[in-house]
Unconditional design. Structure first.
Length: 523
């Protein structure tokens, strides 16, 4: 696109602002010019034409006073009576200097002033000075000369010249006032034009903004909302300035990528759904297999154990020590196999569902675990102490098994040099509780911190310490099932220290009431 229609939004805005600034500068320049003109005319009016008019009027008044003083001197023939003539002659001379300063640059007015001065000097030379000389000479005709028609005509010429000059100055004064008014009118016109231009510019800018920005953005927003509502196959139609076109192009690229990603996610979801169904069938098969294995294998093992023990009791006098040892091996192996089957079943059942999550009092859970281990703890002479533990959401059976395995391990791997002591502590860390199980047994080397949680992994020979090698693996699975973690912590003193965390909140869980079960979210 070329021309204004293809201009970018930035160029349109810059051009509009530049044009508006130029127009405002022109208007401001005109306003300032006319204001200065009005000020100049006002200064001329105050400093020039008003004083000039007043001086011209004062000049005629001085001449009238001279003529009056001259008549009084001619009538009274005393020198003091001539004082007004002398004084106003000096004053009239000063007004001439002031008038010439005010009328500087106006030759027509200066010419009228010269004409006025000429008739004044003529009156002084032809009328005033001769009459003064006659009075001083004692000539009785001086009074008649002062009232003669020639003297009156000479002074009338002064009045006429003064009136002409005064009227010309007043005309110039009115012209300056009119120019000042015109300048102020031009200022008001310029301000009005400026306000009108600003209103028109605002209207044009709003129309341009709406057509070039708001409408394309609204259209792009409407198309984007359609895409957000699920119409990912709808292509974005581009329009407007280049910036909005580029934005629309980016949105369309994002739409295409989202459509491709969602399509891929949908395919992956279908595959996961298929695999989930297959996994569910496989788990069902495994669960059935575990049940069958536990049932069908346990019964033969019990028979082997029972018949071996029966054989040993009934034929004890016919068996030698070697035979009794062999029978002991068979019984021990069968019992170990039975324990292994039971532990594997317990391990496989962890994590099937969270429907039995309830608020669990860990103090009560630990007490149940210690009650289950009462014989073992008493036989070992072990001491178990614990702080007050919190109530957290979880499966009470699994958490009992967790404490039972950790305490049983601590008792099993006790040191022969000192009485066994196990401490259980709890500490809240934000949204989780960290539970610590600390013992003073033989301890575990840090490099085995991960290996001990692997199923069937043992650090000692079976003859040294019994067990199936599933206990700590079961603990990790129980903690993972509760969305926590368990690890072997560093310890400076003797023994081992285990930490595990449990969250304060879980997904919606079941709250069990003794009278009626309810469902609520644990907070």
């Amino acid at each position: 696109m070329t021309g204004p229609a293809g201009w970018s939004l930035r160029r349109r805005v810059n051009t509009s602002i530049l044009a508006l600034v130029v127009l405002l500068l022109v208007l401001v320049t005109g306003i300032v010019y006319f204001l200065l003109d009005a000020k100049q005319e006002g200064d001329d009016l105050v400093d020039r034409w008003d004083p000039a008019l007043l001086t011209s009027q004062n000049s005629l008044a001085a001449m009238v006073n001279q003529e009056t003083g001259l008549r009084g001197f001619a009538l009274g023939k005393e020198e003091p009576l001539l004082e007004p003539y002398t004084r106003y002659s000096v004053l009239e001379s000063g007004t001439d200097t002031a008038l010439r300063r005010h009328l500087q640059g106006h030759d027509d007015l200066l010419a009228l002033l010269d004409a006025y001065r000429e008739v004044v000097e003529t009156w002084q030379l032809t009328v005033a000075e001769p009459i003064i000389a006659q009075v001083r000479a004692g000539d009785p005709a001086a009074l008649d000369a002062a009232g003669s028609e020639d003297a009156k005509a000479a002074f009338d010429r002064i009045r006429a010249a003064s009136s002409t000059l005064t009227e010309a100055i007043d005309d110039q004064r009115h012209e300056s006032m009119a120019a000042r008014e015109r300048a102020f009118n031009y200022v008001f016109v310029a301000i009005g034009v400026g306000a009108l231009v600003l209103l028109l510019a605002a209207a044009v800018l709003w129309r341009g903004l709406r057509r070039s920005v708001l409408v394309p953005i609204d259209d792009l927003g409407a198309q984007t909302r359609l895409v957000a509502e699920g119409s990912l196959g709808r292509q974005i139609v581009l329009g407007g300035p280049s910036e909005i076109v580029d934005l629309g192009r980016d949105v369309d690229i994002m739409r295409a990528r989202l459509a491709a990603q969602i399509e891929g996610i949908e395919r992956a979801r279908l595959r996961l759904q298929q695999r989930g169904a297959e996994l569910a069938r496989s788990n069902a098969d495994l669960e059935q297999f575990a049940y069958v294995a536990s049932h069908d294998l346990s019964e033969p093992l019990r028979k082997v154990t029972n018949f071996c023990q029966l054989l040993e009791r009934q034929y004890a006098d016919q068996l030698d020590d070697k035979a009794r040892q062999y029978i002991g091996f068979m019984v021990d192996g069968a019992k170990r196999m039975q324990a292994l089957i039971n532990d594997l079943l317990s391990f496989s059942r962890v994590g099937r569902t969270t429907e039995h999550f309830v608020p669990v009092d860990l103090d009560a859970t630990l007490s149940r675990a210690l009650a289950n281990l009462e014989v073992t703890i008493s036989a070992a002479g072990a001491e178990v102490v614990h702080d007050e533990l919190p109530t957290l959401p979880g499966d009470p059976t699994l958490l009992t098994a967790l404490f039972q395995n950790l305490v049983a391990n601590a008792v099993k791997y006790r040191s022969p040099d000192r009485p066994a002591r196990i401490e259980v502590r709890g500490e809240q860390l934000g949204e989780t509780w960290r539970i610590t199980v600390d013992d003073n047994g033989i301890g575990i080397e840090p490099e085995y911190g991960e290996r001990i949680f692997t199923i069937f992994q043992r650090l000692h020979l079976r003859d040294e310490y019994g067990g199936t090698g599933i206990g700590l693996a079961l603990c990790r699975k129980i903690v993972d099932f509760h969305r926590g973690r368990i690890w072997l912590a560093e310890k400076t003193g003797p023994g081992a220290r285990f930490h595990f965390t449990l969250p304060v909140t879980q997904a919606p869980i079941e709250v069990v009431d003794e009278d009626e079960p309810q469902i609520r979210a644990h907070a």
